[in-house]
Design a protein. Structure first.
Ligand code: EPZ
Length: 449
């Protein structure tokens, strides 16, 4: 027994351990926000976390060096870099560039504690199996937002010729040579599409993946694979056709910008009644969000690779249903709900992609939000204002929602477990402070990597 001893906050009676040491009775907040400042100015959008991760995994497919310029420092990127170093890849930073070369790779060397920390690490399975004929990958397990099964990944790899054995928390794959196949995905899973796309790129013959994911990050992975010499057609549609090649070569590749980061700052601007320009970003990647924000009364201006949002007055209520792309992105459901909790009426938000992605709701209620949940649907009745509170983050996008709510609320908020933000947002406090927010991080509780 015995947690991290620290001086418990005033007024909370600490529980003493056997040595009389006070043990943790409350998680110390590490993010402090004084709400009420409308956001103004410009904010730079980084390369997309959800494109960098599969592309990083895909570098395992070639022994040649690959350079990815301008990759942000994100915990999830750092975790996958550590996984690939453990496999034997050479991964190094040259300024903001990430340079990777995978020559002497042990396809059985993925460390369990890292794969379990970040489930996207499972994306190494397809490339390792395709290039080395075998792989042993720890099962990623679930996370806060859902059970996160991998049945569609396995079904596709088996169709490509893999023998799959599960045991001791690992998945073992063997296939002397993968062969083309016709695969139908029961659900357009992003990760399954990416794993199978990577495996098929060096399999013998043609592979089709039907009901494939169409997210921009999947398209970016396909474009990256083509820059290595792969033959992929139909990226961005529901049917991918891949003609396997015998070997892939190195490349330098600029990853697309992060539509979810960009969307987060736009929603924060709408919530605080501000005027912010985000970029660089591909506006068509933000179409579903921009359509809903316009419907809610935000003024939006597109110019080249920049998107400007001005918010005058309260948001109008809207109905939102998250769907695979080109539907509304599930990753922006929590941030948008935070903004709509102050709208001039009742919004209905339905989460169809993950089974447990309303973890931010109890925390928003602590700020005065009026939200009723019925199954996968949340009825959000807007209130005139939220009030600051002590909050706990549960996952990356729920944490972003709490930041948005705190920036718009009256009074001070604290957010504990803010390390979740570091998984997917680079320099978040600095960027919001530059836009006029009163935000600072004190004790860093970020997980030791
Ligand atoms: C990717 O996760 C993203 N992560 C997620 O972003 C994003 O929310 C999600 O796609 C949906 O867009 C990365 O790209 C690293 P899925 P992924 O496979 O690939 C079910 C963030 O915040 N499913 O499309 O895991 C699954 O249970 C993260 O940046 C199966 O049933 O998403 C879920 O309900 C969170 N069997 C649904 O599909 C499978 O084999 C969507 O999962 C695989 C998935």
């Amino acid at each position: 027994m015995g947690g991290r001893p620290h001086s418990a906050p005033k007024g909370t009676e600490g529980i003493l351990d056997r040595d009389g040491q006070e043990i943790e009775t409350a998680v110390e907040p590490d993010l402090y926000i004084q709400g009420g400042n409308p956001l103004h100015g410009d904010v730079r959008v980084e390369a997309s976390k959800n494109a960098v991760l599969p592309i990083l995994a895909a570098t395992l497919l070639t022994p040649d060096p690959v350079c990815l310029p301008g990759v942000p420092w994100l915990h999830d990127v750092d975790t996958l870099c550590r996984v690939q170093r453990a496999l034997g890849s050479e991964v190094r930073r040259e300024g903001r560039d990430l340079v990777v070369q995978s020559v002497d790779v042990n396809p059985f060397g993925a460390p369990e504690h890292l794969v379990r920390r970040m489930r996207a690490s499972f994306l190494i399975a397809g490339p390792l199996l395709a290039r080395f004929g075998a792989a042993r990958v720890p099962l990623p397990g679930g996370c806060a937002i859902g059970s996160r099964p991998i049945d569609l990944h396995l079904k596709g790899l088996i169709a490509l010729g893999a023998d799959v054995q599960a045991g001791n928390g690992y998945m073992e794959f063997r296939a002397p040579r993968l062969h083309g196949a016709s695969i139908y995905l029961d659900f357009p899973s992003v990760g399954a599409t990416e794993n199978l796309l990577m495996a098929a790129s060096v399999a013998d013959g043609w592979t089709t993946i039907e009901n494939a994911a169409q997210e921009p990050e999947v398209v970016d992975l396909a474009n990256f694979l083509c820059s290595l010499g792969a033959e992929v057609r139909g990226a961005g549609t529901a049917e991918l056709r891949i003609h396997g090649v015998s070997r892939l070569h190195g490349a330098e590749y600029q990853v697309i910008s992060d539509r979810i980061e960009a969307g987060t700052y736009l929603v924060a601007t709408a919530a605080t009644g501000g005027d912010v320009t985000v970029g660089p970003v591909l506006p068509e990647h933000l179409k579903p969000l921009l359509a809903k924000l316009r419907e809610a009364g935000s003024e939006i201006e597109l110019s080249g690779d920049a998107v400007r949002l001005r918010q005058r007055g309260r948001l109008q209520p809207i109905d939102v249903k998250t769907l695979p792309h080109p539907g509304f992105p599930t990753d922006l459901q929590a941030p948008l709900m935070a903004a709509l909790s102050m709208a001039q009426g009742t919004s209905v938000i339905t989460e169809t992609v993950f089974e447990n992605r309303f973890m931010h709701v109890p925390e928003l209620r602590r700020m005065g939000a009026d939200i009723k949940i019925e199954g996968r649907t949340a009825m959000v009745t807007g209130v005139s204002h939220l009030t600051g509170a002590n909050l706990h983050a549960s996952d990356l996008r729920a944490a972003a929602a709490l930041v948005i709510a705190a920036l718009a609320a009256e009074g001070k908020s604290t957010i504990a477990d803010a390390y979740h933000l570091d998984r997917g947002y680079a320099d978040l406090e600095e960027k919001f402070a530059q836009l006029g927010a009163d935000i600072e991080r004190r004790a860093s509780c970020s997980e030791a990597l």
